[in-house]
Design a protein around this ligand. Structure first.
Ligand SMILES: Nc1ncnc2c1ncn2[C@@H]1O[C@H](COP(=O)(O)OP(=O)(O)OP(=O)(O)O)[C@@H](O)[C@H]1O
Length: 299
């Protein structure tokens, strides 16, 4: 069941085509990462879905064909602004009332959310005294105040330090139980930790999309990594001459060796290393990361 179906969505600014004919579905209960480098069109896409800018063309349908999409979505912009003189609790209660909740209901929901995003300790502190991670968690709580079917988060972790990032990623993992999530990021490692589905956006176009595991299988490569104390390039030249090795890349004093069949070729490489007495300090089978995948798809 799809919470949102987006068809041929476009945004043009004079000569600039920021988003070009983007089509995708969001499955109920899934967490989808919209991934792309700076300027790919992520914010423009999310702003169109959030009703903040008008698409040049295209359409989107919601599950119940809701007339105003804003009633079913929660949205956290890339640079959220808060009334910093308010406490976290005041801000949430106020946000709830704006969405149409009664004061009592809004207070109850705010208390629930303060617990969910782990802000109990700072609920009566002014937002101006919050850390970046706390503000981002408050922003996420605010986006959930009216129990939306879909939460759209624009770069929720990109501006945070590693501690803040971890807090927010853990929170996203918890939220997956409760709602459908679409979030943008250019930090692939973060996306990999929480998302089920990915949308790869490049130059305003979707270049690959689907369940992360399916895409990984589709673009699967088997590789091995050899690390040396020094002189890796000498061994690179030897490996390049071997017919069962597809590609050898040098990364510092390590070699990334792409092979056809991991199990078989791992043994072959072991034999080569031991017979040749190569000064290898580390031998690893490599799992393809989302970053490897993104680079491959883009190429
Ligand atoms: N109001 C605007 N007028 C003209 N061009 C715009 C406007 N808004 C965005 N663009 C252009 O559209 C393209 C996509 O921008 P967008 O902000 O959506 O990218 P992004 O993927 O979110 O990038 P970032 O990760 O840097 O936030 C960029 O080239 C940008 O310069």
């Amino acid at each position: 069941m799809n919470v949102l179906e987006v068809t041929s969505l476009e945004k043009k600014y004079k000569e600039k085509h920021a988003v070009k004919g983007v089509t995708f579905d969001l499955k109920k209960g899934n967490c989808t990462a919209l991934i792309g480098p700076n300027g790919a069109g992520k914010t423009t896409t999310l702003n169109m879905l959030a009703g903040l800018i008008t698409p040049t063309s295209g359409r989107f349908n919601t599950l119940e064909n809701t007339r105003d999409i804003r009633s079913i979505i929660g949205y956290l912009p890339q640079y959220p602004s808060f009334f910093e003189w308010m406490t976290g609790m005041e801000y949430l209660t106020f946000s709830g009332e704006i969405t149409g909740l009664s004061r009592k209901e809004s207070k109850r929901r705010s208390e629930e959310l303060i617990n969910l995003v782990n802000l109990s300790e700072g609920e009566n502190r002014r937002i101006s005294h919050y850390s970046g991670g706390m503000k981002q968690r408050l922003g996420i709580a605010q986006s959930l105040i009216h129990q939306p079917e879909l939460v759209i988060l624009d770069e929720p972790v990109s501006a945070l330090d590693p501690f803040g990032r971890r807090e927010v990623l853990d929170l996203l993992n918890d939220l997956k139980e409760q709602t459908t999530i679409l979030f943008s990021t250019h930090i692939l490692n973060d996306a990999e930790q929480v998302c089920d589905d990915v949308l790869f956006l490049y130059n305003g176009e979707l270049i690959e999309q689907g369940p992360l595991n399916d895409i990984k299988k589709r673009h699967h490569t088997s590789s091995l990594k050899l690390s040396f104390d020094d002189n890796a390039s000498r061994y690179r030249e030897v490996l390049r001459e071997i017919p069962w090795i597809k590609q050898v890349k040098e990364k510092g004093e390590s070699l990334i060796i792409e092979v056809e069949e991991l199990k078989r070729d791992r043994m072959r490489l072991f034999t080569l290393i031991s017979e040749g007495g190569w000064p290898v300090t580390k031998f690893e089978s490599r799992e393809q990361s989302l970053e490897d995948l993104f680079m491959k798809v883009m190429r």
